[in-house]
Design a protein around this ligand. Structure first.
Ligand code: PSU
Ligand code: MN
Length: 308
C-alpha cells in the first residue's frame, strides 16, 4: 500500500514481532504544554511505556509523512517549533500535502495507530462536547473517530472545560465502550472524579484487554475508552478547578475564540492561571496513562499468545 507513513525501525521491528506497542498523541505535547515541560513529558511517557515492557510510538506529521515513532531530534523539533498545526481527521491530507509540521489530536492519532496496526493509544484527556455545545455544535472529532477506530484509548477523562455529561451521552449514542479503570465515575482530567457515573468498570489491565479483544472478535467497529483517573496525590481540588475553568472560558468568550482554536486557547489560559501545580498534574497523569496503556497492550499480546 502506498501510504505516506514513516515507521521508525524500532516500531517496525516491534510490529513484526507482535510486541506490545503504545501510540502517543502529540497535540497534547505541542499545544497542551509549554517547552521544556512538553518534551520532558514526552520522554517520561515513552519511558513509562518501556518500563511496562511496551514500545512507544509518538505520532506526528513531519516532512509530508505520518511519523509512527519519533527520533529525539524529531521530538525536539515538534516541541520547540512554532506554527505546528493541530491536526485532526479533516486536516490530515492538507497538512501532508503542504509538508507542514503537525501534532495529532486524539482523532488523528487513532487513525494513524490503526494504519500502523497499533492497538493502544495514550493521551491526557479526550476532546468532547464543549460547554454550550448544544448551541455551538462544537463537538470534537475525537468522538466520531472513536466510533470508527478499533483502538483502545487510555485517557484521564476530559477536562471540565467540556460538558462531560453530554460528551458521555454522545459516546453512548455512537456505541463507544467506556471503561472506568478502577473507578465508577468518569475522571475530570485534573480531578479524579467528574461526578458523572459510568456504566462499566474494570479493575485490571487484563480485563481491559479482554474487552478490547471481544470488541474485535464481535467485529464491532469503534473503540474502547479506558478512563484512568489521575492519582489522588497529584489531583487538584474540584472547586478551585471550576473557578479557574470559568475564568479561562470567560476570557475565551470575551476574545471571541471559537472552533479548533478554542481548546488550545483555554488550555493556555489555564496554564497561566494555574501555574506550576496544574502543569505538574498534567505531566503526572499523562505518564500514569502511558503506564496503564502499556500494561493493557502487554496483556493484549499475552492473551493473543495464549490464543484467547
Ligand atoms: N483536551 C485537553 N488537552 C488537550 C486536548 C484536549 O485537555 O491537549 C487536545 C487533544 O489533542 C484532543 C484535542 O484530541 O485537543 C481535541 O481538540 P478539538 O476539540 O478541537 O477536537
Ligand atoms: Mn472543536
Amino acid at each position: 500500500m502506498n501510504m505516506p507513513l514513516a515507521i521508525r525501525p524500532e516500531v517496525a521491528a516491534a510490529l513484526a514481532e507482535g510486541r506490545a506497542i503504545v501510540a502517543i498523541e502529540s497535540a497534547v505535547l505541542a499545544h497542551g504544554m509549554p517547552y521544556p515541560q512538553n518534551i520532558e513529558t514526552a520522554r517520561r511517557a515513552e519511558a513509562a511505556v518501556r518500563a511496562q515492557g511496551g514500545v512507544p510510538a509518538t505520532i506526528a506529521i513531519l516532512d509530508g509523512r505520518v511519523q509512527i515513532g519519533l527520533s529525539e531530534v524529531q521530538l525536539e523539533s515538534l516541541a520547540t517549533a512554532e506554527n505546528v498545526v493541530k491536526v485532526s481527521r479533516r486536516d490530515l491530507p492538507v497538512v501532508l500535502a503542504d509538508r507542514r509540521a503537525g501534532a495529532t489530536t486524539v482523532a488523528a492519532t487513532l487513525i494513524a495507530a490503526e494504519w500502523a496496526g497499533i492497538a493502544l493509544v495514550v493521551t491526557g484527556g479526550i476532546g468532547g462536547v464543549h460547554r454550550g455545545g448544544e448551541n455551538s455544535l462544537d463537538i470534537s472529532a475525537d468522538l466520531a473517530q472513536l466510533a470508527r477506530s478499533r483502538t483502545g484509548l487510555v485517557c484521564a477523562g476530559a477536562k471540565s472545560i467540556l460538558d462531560i455529561g453530554r460528551s458521555l451521552e454522545v459516546l453512548e449514542t455512537l456505541g463507544v465502550t467506556v471503561l472506568g479503570y478502577q473507578t465508577d465515575r468518569f475522571p475530570a482530567f485534573y480531578c479524579p472524579d467528574s461526578g458523572v457515573a459510568l456504566a462499566h468498570r474494570v479493575e485490571t489491565a487484563e480485563q481491559a484487554a479482554q474487552v478490547l479483544r471481544l470488541r474485535r472478535q464481535l467485529d464491532l467497529a469503534g473503540g474502547v475508552v479506558i478512563a484512568n483517573p489521575v492519582p489522588v496525590e497529584h489531583g487538584q481540588d474540584p472547586e478551585a478547578m471550576e473557578k479557574l475553568i470559568q475564568r479561562a472560558l470567560a476570557q475565551a468568550e470575551a476574545d471571541g475564540i471559537q472552533g479548533k482554536a478554542l481548546t488550545p486557547f483555554v488550555l493556555a489560559s489555564l496554564a497561566r492561571l494555574g501555574g506550576e501545580s496544574l502543569l505538574r498534574t498534567n505531566q503526572e497523569l499523562i505518564c500514569h496513562n502511558a503506564a496503564v496503556a502499556a500494561e493493557v497492550a502487554v496483556a493484549l499480546v499475552e492473551g493473543e499468545e495464549r490464543g484467547a
